[in-house]
Write a protein that binds this ligand. Structure first.
Ligand code: NDP
Length: 287
């Protein structure tokens, strides 16, 4: 029987720790960390994500700046806002909620955010820093996965780690974080031959695909740690992961549920990145 990794509880404890650290920082320096979130257009899912980010900022004690721009916003207007926030030394983190409406260039937006304020960690400079192992910022979802693995007490060093999915926001950076902790990492994708055989080697198995029930119990090594990043909707509107929980749970040692596993960690890690950025900015100012 696999032990359930409670992402909701772990996220709450990370946020509580960040709140304590933030209170201490404000007490010592008089400076309040600030996160600016830009939402362009009226995508309802994006609006929910932005609202949740604002809530988390308020809970931890950050200053939350919200910029809601119409879908008709031009590239120049968006660029000008980013430039202004880049130049504002009371802003520590800048996040542009993706996807952007048609006609706006996501890649140029990601390149425009100053790397030291890039709390999503999508700028190529930060991507490179994650790869070279130098960065204290890392993309939020992969970092959340690492926190969940750490919560089990299982040491990554020397373990066979299999990551299914090679996206730039989850699979690839996660493989780098596992490698940083001395895991032996295999990355699978849609062209991988005999996915089951590769998965069965894994002591730590992470699914980040977006296909409900792709990973079944017979693909899991007995005693493996199983982390399910996938978020899929069933025909009756419920959320479900990439792992078939019913058959996987009896085989795994630890397993994340969906919802309530990786999902709640992403915002907690965004908050952590914001605090890291604020501390680095204060250190640069000699505070
Ligand atoms: P992408 O669609 O960008 O990447 C999916 C990856 O899965 C690709 O690398 C693809 O391979 C691979 N893949 C597709 N089909 C198969 C298959 N049959 N066997 C093996 N690999 C396969 O997705 P994301 O990385 O953005 O997201 C993955 C999932 O995680 C989604 O469900 C998403 O909703 C969820 N997610 C959850 C987050 C959270 O906070 N919990 C945050 C971000 C994402 P190829 O490269 O060859 O096409």
């Amino acid at each position: 029987m696999g032990q359930i990794i409670d992402g909701k509880a772990i996220s709450a404890s990370v946020r509580a720790q960040l709140k304590r650290e933030t209170e201490l920082l404000i007490g010592q320096t008089g400076y309040t960390p600030a996160l600016a979130v830009i939402l362009v257009g009226d995508d309802p899912a994006s609006a929910v994500y932005v609202r949740n980010k604002q809530r988390a900022c308020a809970e931890i004690g950050f200053r939350a700046l919200e910029y809601r721009l119409p879908a008709s916003t031009s590239q120049k207007e968006l660029d000008d806002l980013i430039d202004a926030l880049n130049a504002d030394d009371t802003v520590d983190g800048i996040l542009v909620q993706l996807p952007l409406p048609h006609g706006l260039d996501e890649q140029s937006v990601l390149l425009r955010i100053r790397p030291d304020k890039d709390v999503d960690c999508f700028h190529p400079y930060n991507v490179g820093r994650v790869m070279t192992g130098k960065s204290r910022l890392a993309p939020c979802t992969p970092m959340g996965v690492m926190e969940l693995i750490h919560s089990t007490g299982v040491d990554v060093a020397g373990k066979e780690c299999v990551v299914i999915g090679r996206s730039n926001i989850v699979g690839k950076p996660l493989s780098m974080l596992l490698l940083r902790e001395n895991g032996t990492v295999t990355v699978c994708h849609s062209k991988t031959r005999d996915l089951g055989a590769v998965c069965r080697r894994a002591d730590i198995l992470v699914a980040a695909v977006g296909r409900a029930g792709l990973i079944t119990g017979d693909m899991i090594k007995p005693g493996a740690v199983v982390i399910d990043v996938g978020i899929n909707r069933t025909p009756d509107g419920k959320l479900t992961g990439d792992v078939d929980f019913a058959t996987a749970e009896p085989v795994a040692s630890y397993i994340t549920p969906v919802p309530g596993g990786v999902g709640p960690m992403t915002i907690a890690m965004l908050m952590q990145n914001t605090l890291v950025a604020a501390k680095e900015h204060l250190a640069e100012k000699g505070k």
